[in-house]
Design a protein around this ligand. Structure first.
Ligand code: FE2
Ligand code: FE2
Length: 175
């Protein structure tokens, strides 16, 4: 089983040029789930994708370079979705995989495995499933990361509110 450090090394080995690209500055400024930026989320999806390939012993079945690059680019839509479609965000869910693929094609040379994995990462919200195993892994890793990041944000908001309530009660008792 690969260590966290080894997984990180693999992600950087295959994706350093993506992580260093100037457009990643947009991802670093854009929030994805809760307090997590799109950049942090994409990095986490890449780490998790490699971890899934490792735990399921899929080394002989996946193209590791394509897997890492698809994961890093799956949300390469390059805007803060909180500013999108007048705040309703409904269309963002359907459209952003296509925007991410378009931007990825502009900034990098991507093959069909990477392009298809980016385009289908929101399945089943979007109708066409991934064609490649790499896409299935990115899809699963993305869903798991999104749930984890959203739950962490809910929990911390809940804990903050509980602490504030408790502090208010203590103050009232002192009066
Ligand atoms: Fe996405
Ligand atoms: Fe994502």
């Amino acid at each position: 089983m690969l260590s966290r450090e080894r997984i990180d090394a693999i992600v950087h080995h295959y994706g350093q040029d993506i992580l260093d690209h100037e457009h990643m500055e947009i991802e670093k400024r854009s929030l994805q789930h809760g307090d997590v930026t799109t950049y942090e989320h994409s990095l986490e999806v890449a780490r998790l994708s490699v971890a899934i390939a490792d735990r399921l012993r899929l080394w002989n079945h996946v193209n590791l370079r394509a897997l890492v690059r698809a994961a890093l680019l799956h949300d390469y839509f390059l805007y803060d979705w909180h500013d999108y479609d007048d705040g309703s965000h409904r269309l963002h869910g359907f459209r952003h995989p296509y925007a991410a693929e378009r931007n990825a094609r502009t900034d990098f040379e991507i093959d069909d495995v990477v392009a298809n994995s980016i385009r289908t990462h929101m399945f089943p919200l979007t109708p066409i499933p991934p064609k490649h195993l790499e896409g299935v892994i990115v899809n699963v890793a993305d869903t798991a990361s999104a749930i984890q990041e959203t739950l962490a944000s809910w929990m911390s908001r809940l804990l903050r509110r509980k602490r504030a309530d408790a502090a208010r009660k203590r103050q009232r008792r002192r009066r």
